[in-house]
Write a protein that binds this ligand. Structure first.
Ligand code: SF4
Length: 265
């Protein structure tokens, strides 16, 4: 079910800015990030809890990468958002545009209108970052996407259980003409049986789909924010898990959140 805040011509945003992608297949590339508000999951390791509810305002970078933010009211109209992207899109600077959140698929009706216009305005590839649990909404916008980074949530690490939705979601992406990869956050609490299940789930769609094991970045202020503390896995755990998953998958890479190392947003 789409939340009642979803709209065809306006969206609730958190921020628009230019930065280096720190995760997954596009790591190291320069992207314009459009971060949408709202998320229907509550992952224990979430570093974006400020996106869970829609704020009354959003922030928009005036010049790409300079962090000179202006504040605007939510919700934001589609033409205004396109104007902000046009301002960010200096010739040759960006490799692609990241549609992120929160859970951007909660805005699927807006994205159906927005993405074709975004593509024709910028000519840039469009990449979606998602929790990977809303197959109905991804099918609405797949024709407008170039790549999808979907999370596969381990119950032992995230507190969320979405196996069936993940399987359906991955099938849809794989059989569409988009590049898709899977990201799995691992922590010291990771249940190895869940990793085996994940490997099978992906292999059942295709063993060629790249999987990224991402050691969790411990939340510094977990106790203050009320979130459950999470701890990074040991090097030995990560090596074992990668070896186990490579029995059924061809591409299993281990990459932490590199943007945190670079002090990026
Ligand atoms: S899906 Fe993403 S934004 Fe939502 S709770 Fe999980 S980590 Fe946070």
């Amino acid at each position: 079910m789409i939340t009642k805040t979803a709209s065809l011509t306006t969206a609730r945003l958190i921020e628009v800015f230019s930065a280096i992608q720190g995760e997954g297949l596009n790591v190291g590339t320069r992207q314009i990030f459009i971060r949408f508000a709202l998320c229907d999951l509550r992952c224990h390791f979430c570093d974006s809890a400020h996106t869970w509810t829609a704020p009354s305002s959003c922030r928009v970078e005036r010049s790409p990468g300079l962090r000179n933010f202006e504040i605007y009211s939510n919700p934001v109209s589609l033409p205004l958002l396109l104007q902000w992207i046009e301002r960010q899109n200096l010739p040759g600077l960006h490799d692609s545009i990241s549609i992120t959140g929160g859970e951007p698929l909660l805005h699927a009706p807006f994205l159906v209108q927005f993405l074709p216009q975004l593509k024709s305005l910028t000519g840039l590839s469009i990449y979606l970052e998602t929790g990977g649990h809303r197959p109905e909404q991804i099918s609405m916008i797949l024709p407008y996407l170039d790549s999808v980074g979907m999370d596969l949530k381990l119950p032992s690490v995230s507190g969320e259980t979405r196996w069936q939705e993940h399987a359906q979601f991955l099938q849809l992406c794989y059989h569409a003409s988009v590049e898709v990869f899977v990201k799995i956050i691992v922590s010291s609490d990771t249940d190895t049986a869940e990793l085996e299940h994940s490997a099978q789930l992906v292999a059942n769609v295709s063993p060629e789909i790249p999987v990224f094991l991402q050691p969790v970045t411990p939340l510094e202020l977990a106790q203050e924010s009320g979130q459950k503390p999470v701890f990074a896995p040991t090097p030995a755990q990560v090596l074992t898990w990668q070896a186990d998953m490579k029995r059924s998958l061809k591409k299993v890479r281990v990459i932490p959140q590199t943007h945190k190392m670079l002090n990026q947003l």
